[in-house]
Every structure is written in C-alpha cells, then in structure tokens.
Design a protein around this ligand. Structure first.
Ligand SMILES: Cc1cc2nc3c(=O)[nH]c(=O)nc-3n(C[C@H](O)[C@H](O)[C@H](O)COP(=O)(O)OP(=O)(O)OC[C@H]3O[C@@H](n4cnc5c(N)ncnc54)[C@H](O)[C@@H]3O)c2cc1C
Length: 235
C-alpha cells in the first residue's frame, strides 16, 4: 500500500542544462523496489502534483531522489524554485517496472533522455548489492550535453564488470564512443549481440517506447514476455 508522508529537501542536483534531481529525507520504514515511482505534491497544492520515477535506489539509505526534465509548466517552475529545507509531500511506492516483478539474469535497458530515471535506480541497486545480473544499457540522447547521470553511469560501469553502457547520439562527438542515429534493430544487433537471451526494459515517452517495442517484436522477433515497458505519459 502506498503511504503519504511529508518530507524535507536535503539537496538539489543540476544533472544537465534542463534536468534537476531533488533529494529528500527518506522515511526509513517505507520500503520501495528499484524502478518504482512516487507522486510528489509541491507547496501543498493539489494542482502541483506529478508522478515521477524514483531515481535513487533502495540501497541509498540516506535520501530518496526524483529527477525531472524542467519545462515551462507550473510544476516545473515550483520544482526549480525548491531549496534545501523546503517541505513537500510524497506518496509512494507505485508501479511494477522492477526486477522483482520481472526477474531475469540477463537484461537490456533501452531508454532515451529523462526515461533513464527508473533504470538508474535499478542499475544502482544491482551494483550496490552485487546481484550478478548482466546489464546492457542502450541510452539514446541528442548530444553529450543531454545525457543524464553521465558520470554516475560511467562510475557504476567501472565498479561492476557486468554493466555495459552503450550511448546512442544524434551526432558524433570527438573523443566520445557512441552509435549515431536513433535506437534501431541494427544498433541492437551490434551492441546487444545476445539480445535473444535478454529481457528488455523500455522506458521513456510513450511514442519512443512504442517504436522500440515494435522494433523488438517485429524486426528482432522477441516474444512479448521478453519486453517490459514504462511509459512517461505527459511527454
Ligand atoms: C510512470 C511515470 C513515470 C514518470 N517519471 C518521470 C520522471 O522520472 N521524470 C520526469 O521528468 N517525468 C516523469 N514522468 C512524466 C511526468 O509525470 C510529467 O508528465 C512530465 O514531467 C511533464 O510534466 P510538466 O510539468 O513538464 O508538464 P505538464 O504541463 O504537467 O504536462 C504536459 C502535458 O502532458 C499532460 N500530462 C501531464 N501528466 C500526464 C500524465 N500522467 N498522463 C497523461 N498526460 C499528462 C498535461 O495535461 C499536459 O498537456 C513520468 C510519468 C509517468 C506516468
């Protein structure tokens, strides 16, 4: 059962030019699974309410984090104005986009832009608990400056040999290893050659998730049991 609690902002982290993470005090007796989401209400105003994935992992005991792409919406403006010490309401946990609900020993994450948030949570949990799950994360962005959690992903890759991050960008960047274009069947064959053995977790705006689901199912002939999706409605 999701619980609703008041909590306080501990820290704000600018992830890139238009993405911010907010870390709040974690209420220790409310458990969640990596990949789940929360609903946050700002300024006690029911108009300023959004579902956001939890971008921290249960293994990070000192804070709970959510991460949003800032737009011109009232919610985004209110989130952008948050500072340490501010109070907000959160209700959690929700959702089944988790390894516990979709177990597998070998997985592939396909994501674009802000769709990385629950995948960062799951990856961090696997790395911190050394779960042995083999992960390939195929992460697509317009350019290097759009990549969210870039250093964090690269640090986790160094710590955990069974994690490989394959970046996909719309343009090449000198000195940065990536595929160029949108995620497609040929990039998957190249970057995830054992794709038939993996469970795929897709996360992002609904249009992107549907395009990737169709590609995996129609072009790479993966059965639907091997595809798990999370749609970020609202983009
Ligand atoms: C399961 C889930 C997880 C999400 N996780 C994240 C996350 O980690 N980070 C993140 O940045 N965003 C996430 N989102 C999207 C987020 O909830 C907002 O919809 C998005 O951030 C746009 O909000 P906004 O304030 O910028 O714009 P808004 O002005 O609030 O929304 C833009 C447009 O989308 C519509 N809209 C907003 N929310 C929804 C919705 N839930 N369903 C259908 N239409 C909607 C609005 O009516 C408006 O027309 C998630 C959404 C879902 C459903």
């Amino acid at each position: 059962m999701p619980a609703e609690v008041a909590t306080k902002v501990i820290e704000i982290i600018q992830r890139n030019y238009n993405v911010k993470s907010v870390r709040v005090e974690r209420v220790q007796d409310i458990n969640f699974k990596a990949g789940q989401l929360l609903q946050v209400t700002l300024q006690n105003n029911p108009q300023l309410k959004h579902y956001l994935s939890i971008s921290s992992s249960p293994s990070e005991k000192c804070h709970l984090e959510f991460t949003k792409k800032l737009s011109q919406s009232d919610f985004s403006k209110a989130m952008d104005a948050l500072k340490p010490g501010d109070e907000l309401q959160i209700q959690y946990p929700f959702g089944k986009f988790t390894l516990e609900d979709n177990p597998a020993g070998k997985i592939a994450f396909l994501s674009g832009g802000i769709g990385i948030t629950p995948l960062r949570s799951i990856t961090k949990d696997v790395v911190d608990r050394n779960l042995g799950v083999d992960i390939v994360l195929v992460y697509s962005n317009r350019s290097v400056k759009d990549i969210v959690f870039k250093d964090d992903l690269s640090a986790m890759q160094k710590m955990y040999p069974k994690l490989r991050v394959a970046h996909v960008l719309c343009e090449t960047e000198p000195g940065f290893k990536c595929s160029v274009g949108y995620i497609n069947a040929s990039i998957i064959r190249n970057e995830v050659s054992d794709y038939k053995e993996r469970k795929f977790f897709l996360c992002g705006p609904p249009g992107m998730v549907e395009a990737m689901r169709k590609m995996l199912s129609d072009e790479l002939l993966l059965p639907k049991e091997q595809i798990v999706t999370e749609n970020f409605q609202g983009y």
